[in-house]
Write a protein that binds this ligand. Structure first.
Ligand code: GAR
Length: 208
């Protein structure tokens, strides 16, 4: 059984997708044990409390450096014997030391088809604003392992979503969440916990 920690900063719809998948028995061999928020006002904390999941708040500004922040987070995770960390709309960049320690044990969801519209500065609605400004006709979501390079780790799964005429960043964000993120993320978490993912360099292979 893999103990899962979900890291959040905002609304927590991806956390909700994970909670719902677990309740429906769709996360094979894994359970969400802890939700950590970088923002004390995140609605995601209410979602976690409602589901009876333990929560913690770790604010970046309360630590002198990213390293100290990473150490505090690591201490929390070790206490709960966490084997998988899921970044579900977590807006704090983790230090290299933390990413290295948890190599291939941190999964992130990003709201575009990486390598488009990703990296430093591309998060949340900004990603969809950039996609619309570029005039792409197809966008989507990516689930990937986290490395020291922002949005640069090995890709686990991607799903394309059409841009429609008249889309706003908000309407596009909603379609990408509903049609891609909320499906891909629980699936990837289940695959990880069931031991179906193997990583070799940049390539992730999924065994049936
Ligand atoms: C999601 O769209 C997620 O992909 C994105 O933030 C949103 C969080 O929504 N993450 C990033 O942009 C990370 N670079 P949620 O709190 O409702 O899950």
């Amino acid at each position: 059984m893999t103990n899962i920690a979900v890291l959040v900063s905002g609304g927590g719809t991806n956390l909700q997708a994970l909670i719902d998948a677990e309740a429906a028995g769709k996360i094979e061999n894994g359970g969400i044990r802890l939700v950590v928020s970088s923002n004390p006002n995140a609605f995601a904390l209410e979602r976690a409390a409602k589901a009876g999941i333990e929560t913690a708040v770790l604010r970046r500004k309360e630590y002198d450096s990213a390293e100290r922040y990473g150490e505090a987070l690591d201490a929390l995770l070790r206490e709960k014997e966490i084997g998988l960390i899921v970044l579900a709309g977590f807006m704090t960049v983790l230090p290299d030391s933390f990413c290295a320690k948890y190599e291939n044990r941190i999964i992130n969801v990003h709201p575009s088809l990486i390598p488009s519209f990703c990296g430093e500065g591309f998060y949340g609605l900004r990603v969809h604003e950039a996609a619309l400004a570029k005039g792409v006709k197809v966008t989507g979501a990516t689930v990937h392992f986290v490395s020291e390079v922002v949005d640069g780790g090995a890709i686990i799964a991607q799903k394309a979503v059409e841009v429609e005429p008249g889309d706003t960043p908000e309407s596009l964000q909603k379609r990408v969440m509903q049609n891609a993120e909320w499906i891909l993320l629980p699936q990837a978490v289940s695959d990880f916990c069931a031991g179906r993912l193997s990583v070799s360099g940049a390539i992730v292979t999924r065994q049936e």
